[in-house]
Each structure stands twice: as structure tokens, then as C-alpha cells.
Design a protein around this ligand. Structure first.
Ligand SMILES: Nc1ncnc2c1ncn2[C@@H]1O[C@H](COP(=O)(O)OP(=O)(O)OP(=O)(O)O)[C@@H](O)[C@H]1O
Length: 578
């Protein structure tokens, strides 16, 4: 949790508006200009009719000049007010969104396992605009109705301070009623917001899993799930609207109690002290005007509460645990690639069993080391720790003798190129996916495309290397996606290469690409291969066999076959399957 979580929401949002405060101030000035010209209009018309009938009055051409001039000034002020208002909001939203995406990029790995992509999209893209737009609109309405309300209170004091004080007696009652109404609005808005996130994630699921949905003929099922979730949103939105609709009648009810109270008191005062009817009428007229302003102000409670609920959602994302990057040590250049794990333990939050249970093993520099073992044995968890996505609960991991925990995450991750089980591609071109976040070098691009056996395929694409690959590479085949990921890893040219082989069978050409990539690097890079098909790793310098988070046995293929243990049994089992 960040320290910021104890700072009030309004103050935290204010930080994003503060740099553009002059925009806000000028907006107010512009709107004061609009109000000023509006006030001048009746005055000028009165003047024109009052003075204009005399023979030697002002020349007639002044009428259109002044009138049109006034409207021009009013129009300019109005335009400037709107423009400055949106300028301030847009700038603040940009900064707020940027801060949110920065937080998103630094989240702890565990947070991603809990958060659906739709939630992140809503919080980073939609919510900041909604929050600051509502807050801005409410601010403008406060200026429009709040300032005159304060003026009216002053005027009432001027007219009759005793009666005004009496009128203010209902203020605490009004505050109490509004507090109760607001609490209900907050509760319902918060439920509506949560249910809306559920709805967003349903759409996210439908889009992401469209193949599964169709395969299972589950369109009607998904539709119903969506409608159920949408019903929840509707229900809470209606409840929030009903709570908001209570604000005006309740505040008016309290005001009417106060008003009747005051009329009685004023009549009593008038009868006793003989106050004139005019003064009394003026007082009541001003009071009625004040009540009408309060009516508008009470309507602001609902949007403001909604904005505060949404803001809390965004700020919760900002406060979510960040990846700890306490290591400060840098590596001067590429690592040699000597990795050792010493009595490493890892238990994921909420897991009953440790994923790694006192694991001790090594990956030699420039060697090809394979990790094999049953599903869930802990192979990916080793990679998880090597890349610094998590921290061991016990033991040490060393890279070239340096404790990995002491290295900065950036220095550590620069040493690795990874082809993971789940290939993740960006909705961008072939080239952009390969030279991801790195300077583009055409010759190198061709070289890695050829090495990954993709060059010929890419030549057949309509736009060559500039062809978009679709959402997560959906326009490519499974094998092509895998080879693209290999090309990306080749392009990164890191000293340690991790290949987490997919369990699904590769087509022959992809398998050949994998084999060639492995042989291309064998002896030159430190290779860590998580293998499911043992044929891939026959030539490995060492094979670590894992079981239940522990190292079961280790050796070369020949040694392990000779030992006739777990590895030999796995080889026999796969030979039987083949
Ligand atoms: N984020 C997580 N939270 C909780 N438990 C996890 C998490 N990731 C993995 N596990 C658990 O840790 C154990 C080891 O998982 P790991 O992914 O390392 O196995 P693996 O050997 O790579 O399996 P596979 O060959 O199927 O990929 C499993 O029991 C798994 O359920």
C-alpha cells in the first residue's frame, strides 16, 4: 500500500489539476465575463429606453455597435470559458491516465493474476475522463449556484440578521438529511461501479474466448450471463438514481419546515415591532431564491458521489502493491550466464504447498540445461524467480556469483531472452513484434527472420514485415506465432535464453526452427530449456528432473538412462506414446 492511500481522494485528484490551475482560474474569469455581459444587457436596454427618446441623445448607430459588441464579447467569453474548461480537464486527464498506466506497468506479478484486463482498461482509459469531467461540471455548477447562494445569505443577513440566524437553525438538519441520502447514494454507486466492472470483464471474456464460445455453442449461455450481469448494473444504477432523487425532495422538505418557521417568526416580529410589509416581502423573496439555489446544489450530490466512488477505484489501482525493485547493483555488460539456485523455496500466496521446496541446482554458463518433470513440478516457477517476477521465501539465486536480489530488475532482465509457453504478441506489425522496444535494424531483422524460418512466409504477406499480426497474433498459425517469438528472442540477443516449450505438439517446421535455434546457440549462450518432448533435449549438457518442487535427479541423457530412474521412466512412457 502506498502512503498516499491515507490522503483524501479530492486532494489526490487535485494534484493532477494543480499544474493547470491557471486554466481553471481563467475559465472562471471567462464565465464571470459571460455573467457580466448578461447583467449589462438589461441595464443597456433600460438606458436606451430611458435616455434614447431625447432628440440630442446618443447617435442611433451606437445601438447595433454596442449590442452586437456586447454579444461578441459574450460569445468570446463563452467560447474561452468552454475551451479553457476542456483544456484544463483534458490536460489533467492525460496526467492522471499516465500516472495510472505507470502504476499498472509496475504492479506486482501477483496483482496481474487477480486482475482482469477489462478492469485495467476501464480504470486507466474510461474512469479518469469520467471523474474529472463530472468534478469539473460540478465545480462549474457550484460557481453558478453556490456563489449566488453565498451572496444571498449575506443579503439576508443585511436585511434581517435575527431572522437569518433563525433560518440557519435548519442548516444542521439539512446537513444530516443530506449525509444520510449521500451515504445511500455512495453505497449504491459503489455497487453499481463494481457490477459494471464485472460486466466489462464479461465482454472481455466473450471477445477473448470467442472460439471456445462458438465451439461449445455457448452464444445463448454467454448472452444470458451478460444479461444477468447487466441486470445487476441496471438494478444498482436505478437504486443509486432513486437515492439521488431523494436529495431534492428531502432538502426541500427541510427547507419548507425552515421557511414556515421563519414566516411565522417574521410575521410575529412585524406585528410586534411594526416592520414594514416591503422589508418582509424582500426577505421572503430572497429566502425563496436561496432555497431554489439550494435545490440545484442538492442535485450535485449524486454525480459528485459517483465521481468519488470511481476515483477510489482508480486510486486503488494506483495503490496496489508494486513490484519490489530494491536491488541497486548493475551489470557492466552481458552476464557470463552462470546461474545457481541454493535451497530455494517459493510458496505462492494462498497456496497450500510450496511450488519450490528447498531447490538446489545450477545452470552452467554456455551450457544447455534442460528442465523436465511432471506438470506442476515447479519448472515455470524457476523461470518466474529467475526473471525476478517473484522473490524466494528462502534460499539464494546467484547470477555469475552475484545475488540476484541485489541486482536491479532491469539489469537482471536484460540478461534473458524468453520464449514462453503462452506466446504473447502485440497488435502490431511483424517487425514491431520482433524489434519490440528496441531500435530497428533491417539487416538484423532479416537475419533473425531467416534463422526462425519465417523469412519466406513473411515475403508472402501483403505488406511484408509491416503486415499487422492481429490481436495477439491471431492472423498467424500456432507455429508461426512460436517462430515469431523465437525471432523476437533472437533479436534481443541476450546472454541467457529460456525456452519454455509448449505442451501442444509443434508442426515439423516449427520444431525444426526450435531445434535449429537451440543448436545455433548451443555452446555460445546459456540455454535453459523446459522440455515436454524429451527428444528436444537429448543433446543437453545437463538434464534436471523435477518432482513436487524438488530436484529428483540430474545428469546427461545417457547418465540418466543408465540410472533407470524417473527420467528413464519418462522416456519409456513417451516412446510408448509415440
Ligand atoms: N500464480 C500462482 N499462484 C498460485 N499457485 C501457482 C501460481 N503459479 C503456479 N502455481 C502453482 O505452483 C505449482 C508449480 O507450478 P509451475 O507452473 O511452476 O509448474 P510447471 O512444472 O511449470 O508445470 P507445467 O509443466 O504444467 O507448466 C503448481 O502446483 C501450480 O498450481
Amino acid at each position: 500500500m502506498s502512503q498516499d492511500s491515507s490522503v483524501p481522494v479530492s486532494r489526490r485528484l487535485g494534484r493532477y489539476v494543480y499544474p493547470y490551475r491557471w486554466g481553471a482560474v481563467l475559465t472562471i474569469v471567462a464565465y464571470l465575463g459571460v455573467a457580466g455581459t448578461e447583467l449589462m444587457l438589461p441595464k443597456l436596454i433600460g438606458y436606451a429606453f430611458g435616455e434614447g427618446f431625447a432628440k440630442d441623445a446618443f447617435p442611433l448607430w451606437m445601438v447595433p455597435v454596442v449590442l452586437v459588441g456586447l454579444y461578441v464579447v459574450r460569445g468570446l467569453c463563452n467560447f474561452a470559458g468552454q475551451y479553457l474548461f476542456h483544456w484544463t480537464i483534458a490536460r489533467s486527464v492525460l496526467d492522471f491516465r499516465t500516472a495510472l498506466v505507470e502504476a499498472l506497468l509496475k504492479l506486482d506479478a501477483q496483482v496481474y493474476t487477480r486482475m482482469q484486463p477489462g478492469t485495467a482498461v476501464t480504470k486507466v482509459v474510461n474512469d479518469p475522463q469520467q471523474i474529472l469531467q463530472i468534478t469539473g461540471d460540478v465545480g462549474m455548477a457550484l460557481l453558478r449556484d453556490g456563489l449566488p447562494a453565498i451572496g444571498l445569505v449575506g443579503y439576508l443577513f443585511h436585511l434581517n440578521w435575527q431572522l437569518t440566524l433563525l433560518a440557519l437553525v435548519v442548516a444542521p438538519l439539512l446537513a444530516l438529511v443530506m449525509k444520510k441520502v449521500n451515504r445511500r447514494i455512495r453505497l449504491m454507486s459503489s455497487r453499481s461501479y463494481d457490477s459494471q466492472l464485472v460486466l466489462v470483464n464479461k465482454v472481455d471474456d466473450i471477445t477473448r474466448a470467442w472460439r471456445v464460445v462458438r465451439q461449445f455453442g455457448a452464444a445463448a449461455f454467454e448472452r444470458q450471463r451478460f444479461v444477468d450481469a447487466a441486470q445487476e448494473v441496471r438494478r444498482y444504477n436505478l437504486k443509486a438514481a432513486a437515492a439521488a432523487a431523494m436529495a431534492q425532495p428531502m432538502s426541500q422538505l427541510v427547507a419548507s419546515v425552515g421557511l414556515s418557521f421563519i414566516i411565522c417568526a417574521a410575521l410575529w416580529q412585524a406585528r410586534a415591532q411594526g416592520t414594514g410589509v416591503q422589508q418582509f416581502a424582500e426577505f421572503i423573496a430572497a429566502l425563496l431564491l436561496l432555497i431554489s439555489k439550494l435545490r440545484h446544489l442538492s442535485d450535485l450530490a449524486a454525480p459528485l458521489t459517483r465521481a468519488s466512488v470511481v476515483a477510489q477505484g482508480c486510486l486503488a489501482l494506483m495503490d496496489a502493491p508494486k513490484e519490489a525493485d530494491t536491488g541497486t547493483q548493475e551489470l557492466p555488460g552481458p552476464a557470463r550466464g552462470d546461474i545457481s539456485m541454493d535451497a530455494v523455496r517459493l510458496t505462492y500466496p494462498g497456496a497450500a504447498q510450496p511450488a519450490l521446496d528447498g531447490l538446489t541446482l545450477a545452470f552452467g554458463a554456455g551450457k544447455t540445461t534442460a528442465l523436465v518433470g511432471a506438470s506442476g513440478a515447479g519448472k515455470s516457477s524457476i523461470i518466474h524467480l529467475l526473471l525476478g517476477f517473484g522473490h524466494p521465501d528462502g534460499g539464494h539465486i546467484r547470477l555469475d556469483g552475484a545475488d540476484v536480489a541485489a541486482l536491479s530488475r532491469a539489469a537482471l532482465r536484460r540478461q534473458f531472452a524468453v520464449v514462453s509457453q503462452d506466446i504473447v504478441l502485440f497488435d502490431d506489425s511483424v517487425a514491431a513484434n520482433i524489434a519490440y522496444a528496441q531500435p530497428r535494424d533491417e539487416a538484423r531483422l532479416e537475419q533473425v527472420l531467416r534463422a526462425a524460418h519465417l523469412w519466406d512466409f513473411v515475403q508472402t504477406l501483403p505488406e511484408g514485415v509491416e503486415t499487422p499480426v492481429g490481436a495477439n497474433g491471431s492472423k498467424l498459425s500456432g507455429g508461426q506465432r512460436q517462430r515469431l517469438a523465437i525471432a523476437r528472442a533472437l533479436y534481443k540477443d541476450a546472454p541467457i535464453w529460456i525456452f519454455d516449450e509448449a505442451t501442444s505438439a509443434l508442426d515439423t517446421e516449427s520444431e525444426r526452427a526450435v531445434q535449429q535455434a537451440l543448436s545455433l546457440w548451443a555452446g555460445r549462450k546459456t540455454l535453459i530449456v523446459i522440455a515436454h518432448r524429451l527428444s528436444t533435449i537429448r543433446d543437453a549438457d545437463a538434464i534436471h528432473v523435477m518432482g513436487a518442487g524438488k530436484l529428483v535427479e540430474t545428469g546427461t541423457h545417457a547418465e540418466l538412462i543408465a540410472r533407470d530412474g524417473a527420467y528413464a521412466a519418462m522416456v519409456r512412457a513417451q516412446a510408448g506414446e509415440a
